[in-house]
Design a protein. Sequence first.
Length: 123
Amino acid sequence: MFEKIFFDSSKNIVNNAKELRQRQTKAEEILWSYLRNRKLNGNKFRRQHYIKSYIVDFYCAEKMVSVELDGGIHNKKEQKEYDHARTEFLMEQGITELRFTNEEVFDNILDVLDKIKIELNRK
């Protein structure tokens, strides 16, 4: 199933993901420094990873866990609707989505990492 949802993305989505990797937010940069190169319990994460028509901030394919960081834009109605649709789609694919605010990353990165580890260990 993973390969189908991974490879069915349009060129537009693929290009958007590449662009987002080049324009990381500060919170994404901080979290990525802890996730990259299998630093978190040996789990491989991808950043700005595309799945069909959606892009997730961080994704561990082995455990089917997505991690999303929410900044101020996620308080807007349109973005909330988009986020909800993406969450529903991911759930239908068997992917668990974890959501954190940028402030959680800035203020308590160790708690964020602990919550991610707990979910990874469940799978």
